[in-house]
Design a protein around this ligand. Structure first.
Ligand code: UDX
Length: 446
């Protein structure tokens, strides 16, 4: 099948590469000529396990092409994915500018029937706006359009496998032709049992937000419980195991920590709050989810401030983990950024290490002289007054505590992801601050 994908970000690039891998002929279009040249040269602009070989093989086999020529892309695809960014507007609602620009150019260049698929996370009602734009701008009598909502559920760091083996494929459509074509397109991913769920367009659009907001709610709920655990002298890690064993609750996404980040949760929760507002409804739960997360991202700083009696100026803080979660170099809305910025404001210096996000940190904060990026986790410790862990990378989970003790001026660990056992550290003479680990905090509650 001939497929065109607009936007070679996380969603578009992974979707394009995976569709090519199963034999479809895919053209990816992006306005960023540098990115296109880089991809055509065999490079992959983002770090995502398994993506680079997939792009290279399919590019080599001629099933995957990259261009900045929108017209050529539109001529090629019978199915056209819109996977461009929907950055938050100033007020937090999703900006549809790029989505509608693509719709405009599809309408301008189409010479036959096109199935236009919204893959970007877009507010409910966007498919209608895309349809209006297509009809308004349509240039050729030979063109006609179906609009489908087919939201993406991939997780960064597992994007290729999520896309290859999706839990579900949501098709929001009012067209039998579109449904039949997309069933064919996705047949290779739908082998063992039927994962395709067909519904009306608006429900499909809301499904995406509901999924992300539910997950964000689970996290903020646990973070709220962790704040209670601190006050009650309980340990959130025990509580987590205790409630996760109830299959109705489950073990996933109930880890308390220094807040959620990334390109989806913060943006989508905010956008749904705004959409709700414009529909005359106050989304109280989602507002609370956001407020709890905001406060949670400041928590490590507050513990540091407490430990050092408000005297952070001149202190050197070792920081392990910069990306918003493991297995990605993505720093968008990362908790590490809130922490570093607050530390700098207080006059502290940061010595940081991350297995993948060093270049990205350099790009964002390279100009600062109160940040030093070190090549190993051990070197980040040298001469530091404290160690903070912000991201649960595998390589941080079983460190050499004796070495940490030796290298820090006075041994203290601030564990933003509850990787370590408070009792073990206490026995070794290392002061410990976790998230929601009441007993170990000895009443030092914020
Ligand atoms: C998310 C959704 O999982 C995915 O389905 C959707 O398509 C896009 O948004 P992603 O942004 O890649 O994916 O990250 P995810 O793995 O969900 O983690 C989000 C954040 O939540 C991270 O900062 C992570 O550290 C945090 N988190 C996750 C917790 O704090 N506790 C948890 O229990 C789980």
């Amino acid at each position: 099948m001939k497929v065109t994908v607009f936007g070679v970000g996380y969603v578009g690039l992974v979707q394009g590469a995976v569709l090519a891998e199963v034999g479809h002929k895919v053209v990816c279009v992006d306005v960023d000529q540098h990115k296109i040249d880089f991809l055509n040269g065999g490079g992959v602009p983002i770090y995502e396990p398994g993506l680079e070989p997939l792009v290279k093989t399919n590019l080599g086999a001629g099933r995957l092409k990259f261009t900045s020529d929108a017209k050529a892309g539109i001529e090629h695809g019978d199915v056209i994915f819109i996977a461009v960014g929907t950055p938050p507007d100033e007020d937090g609602s999703a900006d549809l500018k790029y989505v509608l620009e693509v719709a405009g150019s599809v309408a301008e260049h189409a010479q036959s029937h096109k199935i236009v698929i919204n893959k970007s996370t877009v507010p409910v009602g966007t498919a209608d706006k895309v349809r209006e734009k297509l009809i308004k701008v349509q240039a050729s009598q030979k063109a006609s359009f179906d609009v489908v909502s087919n939201p993406e559920f991939l997780k960064e760091g597992a994007a290729v496998s999520d896309c290859m083996r999706p839990d579900r494929i949501i098709l929001g459509t009012d067209s039998e032709v579109a449904e039949k074509t997309l069933r064919e397109l996705y047949a290779p991913f739908n082998r063992n049992h039927d994962k395709i769920i067909v519904m009306d367009i608006r429900s499909a659009e809301l499904t995406k937000y509901a999924a992300n907001c539910m997950l964000a709610t689970k996290i903020s709920f646990m973070n709220e419980m962790s704040n209670l655990a601190e006050r009650f002298g309980a340990d959130i890690e025990n509580v987590r195991r205790g409630i996760g064993s109830d299959a109705r609750i489950g073990y996933q996404f109930i880890y308390a920590g220094c807040g959620y980040g990334g390109s989806c949760f913060p943006k989508d929760v905010q956008a749904l709050v705004r959409s709700a507002n414009s529909a005359g409804y106050q989304a109280r739960i989602l507002q609370a989810v956001e407020a709890v997360n905001y406060a949670q991202k400041e928590k490590l700083f507050e513990y540091l401030n407490l430990h050092f009696n408000g005297e952070l100026s001149g202190k050197i803080i070792a920081l392990w983990g910069l990306s918003f979660k493991p297995n990605t170099d993505d720093m968008r809305e990362a908790s590490s950024r809130v922490l570093m910025e607050k530390l700098w404001q207080a006059g502290a210096k940061v010595q940081a290490f991350d297995p993948k996000a060093m270049d990205e940190t350099q790009r964002i904060y390279g100009h600062r002289d109160d940040l030093q990026l070190l090549g190993t986790k051990e070197s980040a410790l040298t001469g530091a007054d404290a160690l903070v862990v912000c991201t649960e990378w595998q390589m941080f989970k079983a460190p050499d505590f004796e070495l940490i003790k030796d290298r820090l001026t006075s041994p203290v660990i601030f564990d933003g992801r509850n990787l370590f056992e408070p009792d073990q550290l206490a026995a070794m003479g290392i002061a410990y601050y976790g998230i929601g680990r009441g007993k170990s905090l000895e009443g030092k509650v914020l």
